[in-house]
Structures are given as structure tokens and as C-alpha cells.
Design a protein around this ligand. Structure first.
Ligand code: T3D
Length: 263
């Protein structure tokens, strides 16, 4: 029977995607790449899905590319580049562009592409026992999946350079202290906390969250003047939604808001 490399759980208002090759620390095989792409696209197409939780089965989050698929029987390695075009880069773009928050619950070691895919998610929670490893330099590669973009922006150039050049593991608590991730939590509390976050997003004003994601991403390459203009346009758009009207009414009526369907 074919290995089920991705598990999808449908919860009320959100989906959980679990990378499921625990015997290889959830390293990306071609089959897992295909299944993950399908699962993310299906979540996007489901209008009832308002958040995505990404995690790993077993003791790791993800060990990056499965290196068994990078060495031929003759001992030759594959020339890379097209593999980024065909899977990793579209995945990172897709995660950033999804019109709802993506929460990574990093349950264990996240290495190589696994680390940088986690960092491409909107909110990263990590178990205290987890760590982030820019493993690329150890095998003669460069950080990919947006690592060279996210790392210096999140933790500054000095720390980004040291992590990328040494491949030294960064424990979850230090990752939190450095601002690389949102929070390190007790191992046993990780999934509960990640679900609570997704439940919160499932009842949140969806258009406003989608616009906020877009604004924050755009801000990296804009000056303040341009960004103020973008905020004005996005705020205009947000103020046209029923959710905004409901949010204001609920506040003034001193009751919890009931927001509508996903935009
Ligand atoms: O398309 C492209 O190729 C370009 C894209 C590249 C993106 C990348 O991700 S490149 C970076 C690839 N990843 C790595 O180099 C990480 C390799 N793994 C490790 O360095 C270590 O496994 C870890 C630091 C992640 C964890 O170490 P440890 O000691 O906790 O576990 P382990 O014993 O090394 O691994 C457990 C098993 O998983 C082991 O298999 P075995 O011996 O029990 O049969 C190991 O071989 C396997 N495994 C771990 N990572 C990978 C892997 N097998 C294949 N590919 C892996 N990446």
C-alpha cells in the first residue's frame, strides 16, 4: 500500500496538516511534496477553512529534503534549481499568500527546508524540546525556502549569518528570545495551544486577517509613504465588509461579535 505521507484533519473552521514520514523525520520525498501541495490547495479551495495548522508526526517537525532522493544508484547527485521551482518556492509563496493564517506547531527538530518552511508560516509555536537547524551548509548547499530572506529580517544579520554559516541548532526558547518565532511552549501543551489559536482564527474577521497578512508582507519592500497608502486602501476595503460593521456594533452593544463567512 502507498505510504500516506500527509495526514489531513478537518476541524471546525480550520484544517490540520501533518507531515507523516516519522521514520525519516518527515523529510520531503517527492510523494510528500505532491500530497502537501494537494492538501494546501484543498484547504484554500474550502471556503469553510479559515486557518491552517502545520505540524509533524513523531519526534521531528521536518528534516528538509529527503537526501535519499538526491543520490543516484551510480552515486551522482542531482543538479538542483528546478526542484525549487517545481515545489519549494511555490509552497513558500502559497503559504504567504493564503487568505488565512497558517500556524506552524514545530513539535521537534526542524532542519533545512523544514526549518524555513516553518518560518514562512504566519505564526510559529514550538515545543521547548524543538530546535531550528539551517542544515544546508553541512551538506554544501545554501539556505532556501526563503531562509536568506526571513532570517535576517526576523533576527538581524549577525545572528542570521552565524546560523546559516555554521548550521548550529537553535533551541526553541532561544528562537523565541531572538524573535524568530512567536512562542516556545511546554511539549505537552504545544498542540493544545496551536488548536486554540486556530479556533480563535476560525471565528475571526477573515477579510481583515487576509489584508493584514498582505500588508505585513508588502511592508518589507516599501517605504513608509508607500505603506501608508497601502494601509489606507486596505482599511477602505476592510471597512466595506460586514465583519467591520458587526465588529463595531458588537463593541458598542457590549457583546461578542459574530463574524461572517470567509471572504
Ligand atoms: O530539492 C532540493 O534538494 C533542494 C532543497 C533542499 C532543501 C533541504 O532541505 S537541504 C537540507 C536537507 N536536510 C538535511 O541536511 C538534514 C539531514 N538530517 C540531519 O542532519 C539530522 O537527521 C537531524 C539534525 C535533522 C536530526 O538528527 P538526529 O540525530 O536527531 O536523527 P538522525 O538519526 O540523523 O535521523 C533519524 C533518521 O532520519 C535516520 O534514518 P535511519 O538511520 O534511522 O534509517 C536519518 O537518516 C533519517 N533522516 C533525517 N533527515 C533526513 C533523513 N533521511 C533522509 N533525508 C533527510 N533529510
Amino acid at each position: 500500500m502507498e505510504e500516506k505521507t500527509i495526514l489531513v484533519e478537518q476541524c471546525r473552521g480550520y484544517r490540520v496538516i501533518t507531515l507523516n514520514r516519522p521514520q525519516r523525520l518527515n523529510a520531503f520525498s517527492e510523494a510528500m511534496q505532491r500530497e502537501l501541495k494537494r492538501a494546501v490547495e484543498a484547504a484554500e479551495a474550502d471556503g469553510g477553512c479559515r486557518a491552517l495548522l502545520l505540524t509533524g508526526a513523531g519526534r521531528a517537525f521536518c528534516a528538509g529534503q529527503d537526501l535519499n532522493e538526491r543520490l543516484s544508484k551510480d552515486g551522482d547527485v542531482l543538479v538542483l534549481g528546478s526542484t525549487l521551482d517545481s515545489f519549494y518556492n511555490p509552497l513558500v509563496r502559497k503559504l504567504r499568500a493564503l487568505p488565512f493564517p497558517v500556524v506552524a506547531a514545530v513539535n521537534g527538530i526542524a532542519a533545512g527546508a523544514g526549518a524555513n518552511i516553518a518560518l514562512a508560516c504566519d505564526i510559529v509555536l514550538a515545543a521547548r524540546s524543538a530546535s531550528f537547524v539551517q542544515a544546508f551548509a553541512r551538506i554544501g548547499l545554501v539556505p532556501d525556502c526563503g531562509g536568506t530572506w526571513h532570517l535576517p529580517r526576523l533576527i538581524g544579520s549577525a545572528r542570521a549569518r552565524a546560523l546559516a554559516l555554521t548550521g548550529e541548532p537553535l533551541p526553541a526558547e532561544k528562537a523565541e528570545a531572538w524573535g524568530l518565532i512567536w512562542r516556545a511552549v511546554e511539549d505537552a501543551a504545544l498542540m493544545n495551544e496551536a488548536h486554540q489559536l486556530c479556533q480563535h482564527f476560525a471565528a475571526a474577521p477573515s477579510a481583515a486577517l487576509a489584508l493584514t497578512k498582505r500588508l505585513l508582507d508588502e511592508s518589507w519592500s516599501n517605504d513608509l509613504e508607500t505603506q501608508l497608502d497601502h494601509e489606507r486602501e486596505a482599511q477602505r476595503e476592510a471597512s466595506l465588509t460586514q465583519d467591520y460593521a458587526e465588529g463595531v456594533r458588537a463593541f458598542l452593544q457590549k457583546r461578542p461579535p459574530v463574524f461572517g463567512e470567509r471572504a
